[in-house]
Write a protein that binds this ligand. Structure first.
Ligand SMILES: [Zn+2]
Length: 58
């Protein structure tokens, strides 16, 4: 078993720093490695999924 928390990564959004391609963690799971599915580059950053924040009414 991998030491990576694949389940936690599954719904995470990632972005390739080279080509800017965005993809879900499950695409990494399918390949079992941390590379961009489009260009194969290995530097990937996490994108936070949009979180709905409540604003205080002023
Ligand atoms: Zn890429």
């Amino acid at each position: 078993m991998s030491t990576l928390d694949w389940e936690g990564c599954r719904n995470q959004i990632y972005e390739c720093v080279r080509c800017g391609h965005r993809f879900k963690g499950e695409e990494l799971i399918m390949r079992d490695r941390i590379v961009c599915p489009k260009c194969g580059f290995h530097v990937i950053k996490k994108i936070r999924p949009p979180v709905v924040k409540r604003r205080k009414a002023i």
